[in-house]
Design a protein around this ligand. Structure first.
Ligand code: SF4
Ligand SMILES: [Zn+2]
Ligand SMILES: [Zn+2]
Length: 343
């Protein structure tokens, strides 16, 4: 019987916890941490142009809202940001969490998120969908057939379509509450490649161009998003989170992701399997297209997009590309069916 051999780290003698096929390197926990930290620091330097002293005029620190959910990605995001930015006195990290109202899923995951933030002494702000004048996701799922029957545009909407819009509002509101200058999101390399692929499939290059990182100055209350984990594959995040013993909730949302995301996930995994480095390639290609756009227009694309296409929602004032923002449209749908049922 042959003994199971564990590969050793390419940088030291310790047992490897991960093999990066795209680089041909094995890494132990400590060297995986080093490597993730380097990539995250580099991404942050590219996305966050911080002066030596980032304090505001009144001397208070500038704030980064770190969005956490209890899952592995946001846990690693907070862990890395605390290690990289935490020592700076001119920057304050505040964790933000949105409660979607999903029974058996959100409460235990928020507990993990609180546990993690507390262990770093980072304060957490939360907001729930009902506080934003929506209703819980569990109720939305029950109401979806009535919403679809009442409005043509609501027909075919999935739970995640509502949830995405509500969450965005929740994060914007949290950012306002804490006076955030930036918002950090935990999208990893796989998420980013999947989103790019889905947008390409739908011909929505614009959407990709508007994806975070947003490095322009804040406009109309839109806090720029940064995505420090965008070059770190999901598998490495998972291995690091496990090795570091970060408190993480492992359950899945019962209103589960749509079929398109799942297909895109499978496709990206297959591409990566066939040609290691495909995920990096997709994200680099899209970054290059953004850059070309900037050069072609001779201006800062994001600023141009922001000023040309964006205005304020007629109802709530949020930045939007339509007269009414999607959140207000959804609030209208909800009040229409609630009013109907109370008559
Ligand atoms: S899977 Fe969809 S419904 Fe569930 S939390 Fe995520 S976005 Fe919301
Ligand atoms: Zn090592
Ligand atoms: Zn609105």
């Amino acid at each position: 019987m042959s003994a199971i051999t564990v590969a050793s780290c390419s940088r030291c003698q310790n047992a490897a916890v991960i093999f990066q096929r795209y680089s041909g390197i094995h890494l132990c926990h400590r060297h995986l941490e080093d490597s993730i930290r380097k990539r995250v620091s580099k991404a942050m330097r590219a996305q966050l142009k911080l002066p030596k002293n980032a304090r505001r005029e009144d001397g208070s620190p500038q704030v980064i809202l770190v969005c956490i959910s209890g899952g592995k990605d946001s846990a690693v995001l907070l862990d890395m940001m605390v290690k990289i930015i935490g020592p700076r006195r001119d920057i304050e990290l505040v964790a933000g969490s949105v409660d979607e109202g999903i029974d058996g899923y959100r409460a235990p995951s928020m507990e993990k998120a609180f546990e993690l933030a507390e262990s770093y002494g980072v304060r957490v702000e939360t907001i729930s969908y009902p506080e934003l004048d929506f209703t819980t996701m569990d109720s939305i799922v029950e109401l979806m057939p009535s919403l679809a029957a009442n409005s043509k545009d609501a027909d075919g909407m999935k739970a995640c379509s509502y949830c995405g819009v509500f969450r965005r509002q929740g994060l914007n509101e949290l950012a306002k509450r804490v006076g955030a200058n930036w918002m950090a999101l935990g999208h990893n390399l796989d998420d980013t490649a999947q989103t790019i692929l889905m947008n390409l499939q739908k011909g929505e290059v614009d959407r990709t161009i508007r994806l975070a990182p947003h490095t322009w100055a804040p406009i109309d209350g839109l806090v720029p998003r940064i995505v420090p984990l965008r070059w770190v594959p999901e598998q490495e995040i998972h291995a690091y989170a496990q090795g570091a013993g970060l408190p993480i909730f492992h359950g899945d949302c019962p209103h589960a992701p749509g079929a398109l995301r799942q297909r895109s996930r499978d496709m990206i995994a297959r591409l990566e399997e066939d040609v290691p480095g495909s995920r990096h390639g997709l994200v680099h290609s899209m970054d290059a297209i953004r850059e070309l756009q900037v050069e072609a227009k001779g201006t800062h694309l994001s600023t141009e997009w922001a000023s040309d296409r964006m205005h304020n929602c007629e109802k709530c004032g949020e930045a939007t590309s339509q007269p009414l923002c999607q959140a207000c449209i959804m609030r209208n749908w909800l009040s229409e069916i609630t009013n109907d049922s109370s008559q």
